[in-house]
Design a protein around this ligand. Sequence first.
Ligand SMILES: *[C@@H]1O[C@H](CO)[C@@H](O)[C@H](O)[C@H]1NC(C)=O
Length: 316
Amino acid sequence: MDRRNQTRIYEFLLLGLSERPEQQPLLFGLFLGIYLVTVLGNLLIILAIGSDMHLHTPMYFFLANLSVSDIGFVSTIIPKMLDNIGSGSKLISYGECLTQLYFFGLFADLDNFLLAVMALDRYVAISQPLHYALIMTSQRCALLVAGSWVITAFHALVHTLLLTRLSFCGPNIIPHFFCDLVPLLKLACSSTYVNNLLLILVAGTLLVGPFVCIFTSYFYIALAVLRMDSPQGKQRAFSSCTSHLSVVSLFYSTAIGVYLCPPSSSSPSGGKDRVFSVMYTVVTPMLNPFIYSLRNREMKGALGKLLRRKTLFSES
Ligand SMILES: *[C@@H]1O[C@H](CO)[C@@H](O)[C@H](O)[C@H]1NC(C)=O
């Protein structure tokens, strides 16, 4: 390969969700709204959990961590998107692109890991109710959360560093609304063999591992619930899982839509894939707080208390 002939690319063009000028104001308003709702909703969850002693349990600590991760997730994608729509420019610099890639990988993985940790927590709570406090000690919870952070931060770093080895010599158009790994690899003009290998081996394991953990946990939860004698016990066990199960279903159904459905060949820029990506990257983090606060009496109580206290403070 003759490197002198290659012009090095220092910036990319993000096509965004739509290239039609008349749709830009609508998209801007929509995503600004989604961003504000997501950040506020998740902040309220974190504050409610932090301020209510009843919610100082592993399940709610994990939920607060999931909210932190969701805020990070949308903040990686939406502000740059709004900036590009607002300024009418599609440019993203090489450095910005790599930063986005790193944090997107980190938070997407982290959501996945935290959902698995939460499933494990539900499994222990339901099948070992008497030993729950002994098993889920605060040290173990901290270890699970810290472990998830370390693994996902390292994994995202490896992918990002491997990407810096590639040369990009044009075209530089990314038919997406943020810098995701697969569209970037398609633009590289040096060999992406190692990157693809790592993507399949490690990313595959890190995605499938938590999924298997969630699936197995719920399999044993279902067995434990079926074995219970009292209908009230069954009811209580089941209702402590519904919020988590809803979030898990939403996360995986949209993620599977993005990564397993073959890209539509009819539209070259893959409009339908981008819509699935929006569901997975933007809508799921927005809905998590609603799923948890609408379906859960404890969470509703804590939020109510938090909001009443805030209005009392502002009145006095
Ligand atoms: C995240 O989880 C850890 C361990 O359970 C907990 O100590 C910490 O407070 C949580 N973070 C938030 C923001 O609640």
